[in-house]
Design a protein around this ligand. Structure first.
Ligand code: MG
Length: 430
């Protein structure tokens, strides 16, 4: 290149660069932690990342029902000072560097922090691009996001009626629980059974009782509603080794869509034996917070559905990678987005769901009216499908004044998840 042409190239470079990037440079100007109980049972934390462009910000969820204040402190004291001044466009780089900046990585607290940052950054990028996040992840891979309903009954008749009612309201995927609470159908009442002197006297979970009680309920439900609904059941990690295999075998005739959390994360090696023993589809993952827990299950095809919660594994970035891996190995996704989860994280899952060929189903979650007022643009579930607002980014906003009206207070027992016990007082895995 001669000197004249070289100078011409240099002169053109800034114009070319700005044309290629299309958008002006941006920095993170401020970071806000927004806690709210949303008027009752929730213990939600949101992160608002505010950029140098007036009016441009993103929202992410760091919701942790059980260690709320630990996550809040991690956001405020450790993420915020590190994040201010950085370039919000570099999501992958920020995710990687935030992941390693704690030196000790993974786990629920670290991942909730990462997840909130990551969701807010994708929200910003979507708003910058003028498109919903799923468009930036490859566009719609299917028409809509199917959700599964939650129903239950204290008797098999009640359970069958509840399934029929759910079908009438438009759901095709229906989770059926029995009795009260997780493990329902497997509990002895206080003082029932054989108890040691001076020992535990409370309601006690019995694996054998559970394995005997639940399959006949599904036999009855199928006899009443037929094969049309996709039936699901959540064991909530209450079984161990051989009982898990026996339960799965007993459920095989009812052609389940999936059995959820047959085994706890401490007992994952048993999935290999379950797989050998029967064809009941297995879904697991809502308490996972480390790729070492879920990647081997997917790559060895030991499960059929992965059920991680988006924020619990670190946000949209790792969830999209997980969905891609699931697609490669023929495993499906069924992200856990129910219970105490929030509208921001619900939508984060929605965008990955809609853009992934590995999508199976998403857990439904419904909210009281005040939450709808607090999050304009939040997802809506109609006749078994979830719909986003179609607006750029995640597609919703947060009314901070309304959120501030409902502060998070100290929780009973520090926010502890309840402990189930067996007859001899042993703690049962939740
Ligand atoms: Mg569950």
């Amino acid at each position: 290149m001669d000197r004249r042409n070289f100078l011409k190239t240099v002169a053109l470079a800034p114009a070319l660069a700005s044309r290629m990037n299309g958008l002006p440079p941006l920095t993170i100007k401020d970071v806000k932690v927004i806690p709210t109980s949303a008027g009752g049972r929730y213990r939600w934390l949101f992160l608002k990342i505010i950029t140098s462009e007036p009016g441009l910000y993103g929202i992410g969820s760091a919701n942790d029902m059980f260690q709320t204040f630990a996550v809040a402190a991690a956001l405020e004291k450790h993420l915020k000072p590190w994040l201010i001044g950085k370039d919000p466009d570099r999501i992958e780089d920020l995710w990687q560097s935030a992941h390693f900046k704690t030196y000790w990585r993974n786990g629920p607290v670290n991942n909730k922090v990462l997840g909130a940052m990551d969701e807010a950054l994708w929200d910003i990028k979507g708003k910058r691009a003028g498109m919903p996040i799923y468009e930036m992840l490859g566009g719609k891979a299917h028409d809509a996001v199917a959700c599964y309903d939650h129903v239950g009954g204290r008797t098999k008749e009640e359970a069958a009626e509840a399934v029929a009612k759910s079908m009438e309201s438009g759901f095709r995927h229906i989770r059926v629980q029995y009795g009260s609470g997780y493990g329902g159908g497997g509990f002895l009442k206080a003082n029932e059974g054989v108890r040691a002197e001076g020992g535990y006297t409370g309601s006690a979970f019995d694996e054998d009782l559970y394995v005997e009680t639940i399959p006949p309920v599904f036999d009855y439900v199928r006899s009443k509603v037929g094969m049309a609904p996709k039936l699901l059941h959540d064991v909530h990690s209450h079984l161990s080794g051989s009982n898990a295999i026996l339960f799965s075998k007993k459920m095989e005739p009812f052609h389940m869509y999936f059995v959820e959390d047959l085994l706890s994360p401490e007992r994952l090696a048993w999935y290999r034996e379950v797989r050998r023993a029967c064809a009941t589809p297995q879904a697991v993952g809502e308490v996972f917070s480390n790729p070492a827990e879920y990647y081997p299950l997917v790559s060895e095809r030991l499960i059929d559905f992965v059920r991680c919660r988006v924020t619990a594994i670190g946000g949209i970035t790792p969830t999209k990678k997980l969905a891609t891996m699931c697609e490669v190995f023929g495993v499906k996704t069924a992200f856990q987005e129910g219970g105490e989860n929030d509208p921001v994280n619900q939508l984060a899952a929605y965008h990955v769901d809609l853009s992934s060929s590995a999508f199976g189903v998403q857990e439904e979650n419904h909210f009281p009216p005040v939450v709808h007022e607090m999050f304009p643009g939040m997802a809506e579930i109609r006749k078994g499908f979830m719909y986003g607002s179609g607006k750029p980014g995640l597609g919703l906003d947060i009314n901070e004044e309304l959120a501030a009206k409902y502060p998070i207070t100290e929780a009973r027992l520090g926010g502890a998840y309840p402990t189930d016990r067996s007859q001899d007082g042993t703690v049962v895995t939740p």
